[in-house]
Design a protein around this ligand. Structure first.
Ligand code: GDP
Ligand code: MN
Length: 389
């Protein structure tokens, strides 16, 4: 799960990471009141779950309260297009109004899980403010890394080594050691999957603090953090993914595909996507109906798949292990009565009662193509969307 910058900063601040004060506003008037309280120059920052906001015009410096109000009026309600939002952009609903800082230098600091090493990895660079991917690709030697072993934990020595590595002086290294320690504690205690401070800034009077913050959480640990769960902003998520999660369906939208996939189990979803690509097509999404695909689940799943505008054909690929294929077939037949399925439908049901299922589908009078093997199913669905690309 992802949260906004203002929420990320609130969480990091609890652990002692220095951030500038501020408040969140949904209107220009509210932004004005926050700016008045801060006094002095402020920055008005669009709150969306994507970075690169500065480049898209979502971050504006204001010298006066009136200017802050004007910036907030322009930013709230704008569709912000940044390098990370895609061409459609994101509607901005909130701004964060925060005290403006003077910047002497911008650094990068990121913490994430290195799955190959099973360790928390720290990355830092003196090249902050810019995309770290670019630094990693062009000048990888400018990124200093360190791993934290779960048994040994963080030790100040690691912070000192990284701090010196990015060129900090003795006084700043001291601040960096404490700041990094706070980040590591936050990362582990809050079950984060990413903590990124870009930029981490040095002010002209020698103070380090987080000018921007991005924190992601491990969804599987959210039950331990009800306060974080509350921070979820469903406006920032794909509306169909939100609807699917309400029906306990796992739906993932994919870019540039045409085939909607209804499957059971993540493993089968992966192989279904592979085989579609092998046949020359591209999946538009995948929808995992889970182990017990009932009539209702199948019907809900069709509702969601039909609302994805990219879907030009649907492939149902279900293996009846626990679930019986004839039940699934009944679900498909019932769903077809409720939901208008206006694209070609290819169905492959294998496993328990597969034969009965096929008979039910054939007798239903529904316009669909039945397939026996995965290969055949993929070829048929790709042919239905106009053949291999
Ligand atoms: P992002 O574009 O979404 O990553 O948003 P950031 O919060 O990182 O801001 C982008 C850039 O705006 C920073 O790298 C800074 O150069 C600039 N910026 C943001 N806040 C301030 C501030 O308080 N003072 C100054 N001088 N620049 C700022
Ligand atoms: Mn940033």
């Amino acid at each position: 799960m992802n949260v906004h910058e203002y929420q990320a900063k609130e969480i990091l601040a609890r652990y002692g990471v220095p951030v500038a004060g501020g408040g969140v506003a949904t209107s220009a008037e509210e932004a004005r009141r926050i700016a008045e309280k801060i006094g002095g120059p402020v920055v008005v920052k669009a709150q969306i779950h994507a970075g690169g906001r500065g480049k898209g015009g979502g971050i504006k410096l204001a010298q006066t309260v009136a200017e802050a109000e004007a910036h907030a009026r322009a930013i709230v309600g704008m569709t912000l297009v940044s390098p990370q939002t895609g061409p459609k952009g994101r509607l901005v609903r909130k701004v964060y109004v925060t005290a403006a800082s003077e910047i002497a230098h911008e650094y990068y600091l990121g913490l994430l899980v290195d799955r190959a090493k099973s360790r928390l990895t720290i990355m830092a660079s003196a090249e902050g403010g810019v995309e770290i991917e670019k630094v990693a690709a062009e000048t990888p030697e400018k990124i200093i890394r360190a791993d934290i072993s779960p048994s040994a934990g963080y030790s100040p020595y690691v912070g000192r080594r990284i701090g010196r590595g990015i060129g900090l002086g003795p006084d700043q290294v001291k601040q960096f050691v404490a700041l990094l320690s706070a980040c590591v504690r936050c990362f582990t205690e809050m079950d984060c999957s990413l903590v990124e401070i870009n930029p981490l800034i040095l002010t002209p009077d020698g103070k380090l603090f987080a000018l921007d913050a991005k924190v992601n959480f491990d969804d599987n640990a959210l039950f331990r953090h009800p306060d974080v769960k509350e921070m979820r902003d469903i406006h920032e998520e794909d509306p169909l993914e939100v609807e699917a999660s309400k029906s306990d369906l796992n739906y993932i939208k994919l870019d540039d595909g045409q085939v909607g996939c209804m499957v059971n189990g993540a493993g089968l979803a992966m192989s279904t996507m592979d085989i579609i690509q092998l046949a020359g097509g591209k999946p538009a999404n995948f929808l995992d109906v889970g182990g017990g695909a009932s009539k209702e689940t199948v019907s809900n799943a069709f509702h969601i798949l039909m609302r994805d505008e990219d879907v030009k054909a649907v492939l149902v690929n279900i293996f009846g292990g626990i679930v019986r294929c004839d039940r699934v077939a009944e679900g498909i037949i019932a769903a077809a009565k409720e939901v208008h399925i206006d694209v070609p439908l290819v169905v492959r049901l294998q496993g328990t009662n597969a034969r009965e299922a096929r008979q039910l589908l054939e007798a239903s009078g529904l316009k669909l193509t039945v397939a026996e093997t995965l290969d055949e199913a993929a070829r048929k669905v790709v042919a239905a969307v106009g053949g291999a690309a």
